[in-house]
Write a protein of this length. Structure first.
Length: 355
């Protein structure tokens, strides 16, 4: 078989005239190449294989290991055994001329009986759902806090559990106190993953040893940081700007939720102008007045962490106003004209005065 993704697989081999056989295999990584060998037994003309899958009635995805299963036919018990880690029990060479009764029992569950199971086909798979008998199952109490400050609880973090049978399910979110109690857990290993936007995902494993086992897992999540990143506001052009409409450009960084644009009359007096979303790297600031205006861009992530850009400035003059520096130029030109006029006047009076 090809194209298998990572995870558990139930591989069933069947052929008319042979007892069906099933095996489980786990693909651990991309390119994992596993082998399964099957040795099928010929099926007698009047016999059949019966496979029982024992699951929890409140959550059929969760298998019940070590459940005791009995198969009865014609008033006699013809097979007995216990389920494996995946909740399977298989009985072979059953009489296919009559129906069967399946009885399953397990600590913490009500004994369950299924009657009239049809065995007239060559293979049969019956799912048996057992209700909770009220016995306390295992618990894992989860507490999630911030790594940089353990007094800060992380609310609304997603809690995802991988159960002993390989099933993966989101079981809830942490409360305002960073707490979630995961209940009704079977005996076995559970992988508990905690994730939240703005934080680095963390996973821990815990083993439920018995009914009523109450375990605790503490998580200290590190913030997703802007480490090793630089936010650069490009030089503002044109400078001076004749319109008062200022084009701002900057580079995009990772993990940001938004960008804040700050403006002020000096680098020490910047105020928030507006906020733009993640991935935006341009903003036009319209109708800006003043002589020299300063800008800075601030990236903000989901936890409030910030990354500041460099500060850039631009000179501004409004339409119809004087261009910065023009006054000096005008003055120099005026002085030059006066000097020329005076020289011409002196030259006109350089001759003798006669009476």
């Amino acid at each position: 078989m090809t194209g298998c993704t990572i995870g558990w697989y139930e591989v069933i081999v069947q052929k008319v005239g042979y007892v069906q056989q099933t095996k489980m295999d786990y693909i651990n990584w991309a390119g994992d190449d596993d082998y399964l060998y099957y040795y099928l037994q010929p099926l007698d003309d009047a016999s059949i294989s019966l496979k029982t899958l024992v699951r929890r009635s409140t959550n059929p995805a969760i298998a019940i290991p070590n459940a005791q299963v009995q198969i009865w036919q014609g008033g006699a018990k013809v097979a007995e055994g216990s389920t494996g880690n995946w909740g399977y029990f298989q009985a072979d060479n059953l009489d296919n001329t009559t129906t069967a009764t399946i009885i399953a029992s397990a600590p913490g569950y009500n004994t369950t009986t299924v009657t009239g199971v049809d065995l007239t086909t060559t293979t049969e798979k019956t799912v048996l759902l057992m209700p909770n008998a009220g016995t306390i199952f295992g618990y894992i109490e989860v507490k999630v806090r911030e790594l940089h400050n353990a007094s800060i609880n992380i609310a609304n973090a997603t809690v995802r559990v991988t159960f002993p049978n390989g099933t993966i399910s989101v079981v809830g979110n942490t409360s305002a106190t960073g707490f979630l109690n995961i209940t009704s857990l079977d005996i076995g290993w559970h992988a508990v993953e905690i994730s939240k936007t703005g934080y680095i995902t963390q996973t821990k494993n815990d083993y439920i040893n018995w009914d009523g086992d109450d375990d605790y897992l503490y998580y200290y999540l590190a913030r997703v940081a802007f480490s090793s990143q630089t936010l650069t506001l490009q030089n503002i052009t044109p400078n001076p700007d004749p319109t008062g409409d200022i084009d701002l450009y900057w580079n995009d960084v990772s993990h940001e939720v938004n960008y804040e644009i700050y403006r002020g009359p000096s680098a020490a007096a910047l105020e928030l102008v507006t906020t733009v979303g993640a991935g935006v790297t341009y903003y036009k600031d319209v109708g800006v007045t003043g002589d020299v205006v300063y800008y800075q861009i601030v990236a903000v992530n989901a936890t409030g962490a910030t990354l500041l850009s460099n500060i850039e400035s631009v000179e501004i003059y409004s339409e119809g106003g004087a261009i910065p520096g023009f006054e000096l130029v005008f003055l120099l030109i005026a002085v030059a004209f006066i000097v020329v006029a005076v020289r011409r006047k002196k030259s006109n009076f350089s001759g003798e005065l006669k009476i």
